[in-house]
Each structure stands twice: as C-alpha cells, then as structure tokens.
Ligand binder design. Structure first.
Ligand SMILES: C[S@@+](CC[C@H](N)C(=O)[O-])C[C@H]1O[C@@H](n2cnc3c(N)ncnc32)[C@H](O)[C@@H]1O
Length: 201
C-alpha cells in the first residue's frame, strides 16, 4: 500500500476528529499506526472510514445495546464501545481475522469487557440471545440473499425506535446490499454511503 494512501487515511481521520469523541479518535489513530506498520491491508480496506464513524457514533447516541454483523478486526466495535461507557457491543464474525486481538489490546480491560465477540454468522447470532437491540450494524457478507436473511432474522429483535445501518450501501463492489434493501422494500435515509432504517416506536 503506497505512502500516499497512508497519508490519505491519516488525513481522513484528522478531518473527522473534531466530530468524534476524543477516545474514539485516539483509538483510531493508534490502530491506524499499528495497521500501517504491520502492512495490514485487510483492515485498512475493510474498516468503516472515519467520516462513517462520525455518522455511526451520532446515530448510536443514547443507544445502549449495539449489534454488529461482521467484526473483522474490531475497529468499529471498539469505536462504538468507546463512544459510550454504558454501551454493550455484541459483534459476530465466523472468521477471526488476523490481528484482531492486537487492536483490541489497545482498549482498556473495562472497555473490552463491554464487547462480546461471537465466532458465528450474523444469521446464527440472531438466535443466541433474546434481548432487544437498539442499533444493528450490518457489515458482513454484503451478499443480497445473506443480507435479506440477516434482516429478517434480526427484525423481531429490534427495540421500538431501533435502527438498522447497512454499510457499503452505495459501494460499487457490493451491489448485494442495495439489492437486499430494495428486495425488502425498506424506506430510509442514506448517510455517508450507508443506508439507515428506523423501526417504529
Ligand atoms: C467489511 S468487514 C467488517 C468490517 C468491520 N465492520 C469494521 O468496520 O471494522 C466484513 C467481515 O464480515 C465477515 N463476514 C462474512 N460473512 C459473514 C457472515 N455471514 N456473518 C458475519 N460476518 C461475516 C468477514 O469475515 C469480514 O471479517
């Protein structure tokens, strides 16, 4: 990955930083340095970008129970846990991506304790616990049928007024996300390349 791209990643964080909680910026900056020094191209390409974190953190404000489908190396789970000390983040991924623990070690034990890492698919995770969910962040396979199935499995679990955020909604490499949203007939808003659906109160 060329130095120009590293610089762009750092600049994007610098631009987003004023709108992010300082704890989130500090984590993201240190994680970026580790990823760049370790040539962790997977993480640098797959993580939610800083301007998307700004939107995610705002949407999740005041919402305690967050579920993420697609942990990857845990950066978004960490950001959402850091943004609110009363929040619990449950995140699932059937694949434990290399380096995940290295990034999670940047968190305090107390913050780590609020992140539940499940080694399973987003679909299977929906059956594991029955508590209502305030925010569902869908960032897993990005395939149409899997995304439709995940939404159907998690919809009954959403708290009144809960939100579902589909990452990569307008990403040309992942047409399955927009196809799933269309197939489900969801109406919502687009924010920073993500699709946001709100459950009635
Ligand atoms: C784009 S990355 C997620 C990035 C992460 N949300 C972040 O912002 O840092 C997608 C992840 O979804 C995982 N994945 C693929 N299929 C999945 C499924 N059916 N359920 C849950 N996770 C899945 C992959 O293993 C990969 O780690």
């Amino acid at each position: 990955m060329p130095a120009r791209l590293h610089l762009r990643l750092l600049l994007r964080l610098a631009v987003a930083a004023p709108a992010l909680p300082a704890r989130v910026t500090w984590f993201h900056a240190r994680a970026l340095c580790v990823a760049i020094s370790r040539h962790d191209h997977f993480t640098l390409r797959s993580m939610a970008a800083p301007h998307q974190l700004v939107v995610l953190v705002r949407l999740a404000r005041g919402r305690r129970r967050v579920v993420e489908l697609g942990t990857a190396t845990g950066w978004t789970a960490a950001a959402l846990a850091l943004a609110d000390p009363r929040r619990t983040v449950i995140t699932c991924d059937p694949n434990v991506q290399p380096g995940r623990d290295r990034y999670l070690r940047l968190l305090s034990p107390a913050t780590c304790a609020r992140i539940a890492l499940l080694r399973t698919t987003g679909l299977a995770a929906a059956t594991l616990d029955a508590q209502p969910v305030d925010v569902l962040f869908v960032d897993a396979s990005h395939e149409r049928q899997a995304t439709v199935d995940e939404w159907r499995a998690w919809r009954p679990r959403l708290a009144p007024g809960g939100i579902v955020i589909f990452h990569d909604y307008d990403h040309p490499d992942f047409p399955g996300v927009a196809q799933a949203v269309a197939e489900l007939g969801l109406t919502g808003e687009q924010r920073a390349g993500m699709f946001v659906w709100r459950a009635p109160r």
